[in-house]
Design a protein around this ligand. Structure first.
Ligand SMILES: NC(=O)c1ccc[n+]([C@@H]2O[C@H](COP(=O)([O-])OP(=O)(O)OC[C@H]3O[C@@H](n4cnc5c(N)ncnc54)[C@H](O)[C@@H]3O)[C@@H](O)[C@H]2O)c1
Length: 269
């Protein structure tokens, strides 16, 4: 990935998937990584870490991933500075803990805007930039990775609007892979299971209070995942090691989605 220029959204939290993915991609020695988020209280620390420990150009930018103007601005900056864009990890997301009958239209639309529209606008602007060639890039190409969720594949893994927004991400990626036919631009999702991050802290606390064995009973690995376990796949999808993987939903859930709920009578046999 030596000449690669990368943009990541939602990378501010040191315990998040975006941060871990920035570090895993930096290990592959790209030219530059733009780490972005709507918050920037930790972003500059991440940029410094990438620069000091991995010697890549690391640029922190405050970007609202659901703002087309913000996304276009950082894509344009990458192109103007480096003459290329190779990887976009559309990772930013929110999860509102509403229930069917108390969620408002505003909550639903906000979730869609941050989780799904952000991926749409990222694909639009990133793919246009990835097609561009320059002195440093002779052919069109790139890898767009969107963070969906197993909640977008089946019910039972998140609030209803969150799940619908992630299903939209899965569909956006499948359709875009075909819309970008012939451009050498791959588009995939990662679909994490239950990963211990700021986003899931409320759910983890609620589970602990209800039944401390719940996650162990529902996952064959008997634990939550860690951000690095998603980040490793993101870095793989960003690189040419995954050069024939396109239009896919890569489920990373410890086996959670591989089975119906555990039925002791059969499960123990
Ligand atoms: N943690 C899990 O179990 C899990 C499972 C499946 C999918 N995901 C997805 O992984 C992604 C990262 O989440 P995480 O678990 O690392 O939690 P996180 O809270 O650490 O990361 C989400 C980041 O998105 C940022 N963000 C929120 N709104 C934004 C906006 N409008 N523009 C830019 N940034 C914004 C937040 O500030 C935060 O840094 C999300 O899309 C989430 O839906 C997480």
């Amino acid at each position: 990935m030596e000449k690669y220029v990368i943009i990541i959204t939602g990378a501010n939290s040191s315990s998040g998937i975006g941060w871990a993915s920035a570090v895993e991609m930096a290990k592959k020695q790209p030219k530059a990584i733009y780490v972005t988020d709507i918050r920037d209280d930790q972003l500059h620390e991440l940029a410094k870490k990438l620069q000091d420990e991995y010697k890549v150009d690391a640029i922190a930018r405050k970007v609202d991933a659901s703002s087309e103007d913000d996304v276009k601005a950082v894509v344009d900056e990458a192109l103007a500075t480096y003459g290329r864009l190779d990887v976009f990890f559309a990772n930013a997301g929110i999860c509102m803990l509403g229930r069917l009958h108390n969620e408002t239209k505003a909550d639903f639309l906000k979730t869609m805007e941050v989780n799904a529209w952000s991926v749409f606008t990222a694909i639009q602007h990133a793919s246009a930039a990835m097609e561009k060639t320059s002195d440093t890039k002779q052919v069109s190409g790139g890898s767009i990775i969107a963070n969906a969720s197993i909640a977008g594949l089946r019910s039972g893994a998140g609030p209803i609007s969150y799940s619908a927004s992630k299903a939209a991400v899965v569909s956006l990626v499948q359709s875009s892979a075909w819309r970008l036919k012939g451009k050498n631009i791959r588009v995939n999702t990662v679909c994490p299971g239950f990963i211990a991050t700021d986003l899931t802290t409320p759910a983890i606390n609620a589970l602990d209070q209800m039944d401390s064995t719940a996650i162990r009973d529902h996952n064959p690995l008997e634990r939550f995942g860690q951000p690095i376990e998603i980040a490793a796949t993101v870095a793989f999808l960003a690189s040419t090691e995954s050069s024939f993987i396109n239009g896919q939903d890569i489920r990373i859930d410890g086996g959670l989605g591989g089975s119906y709920r555990h039925v002791p009578l059969f499960g123990d046999a």
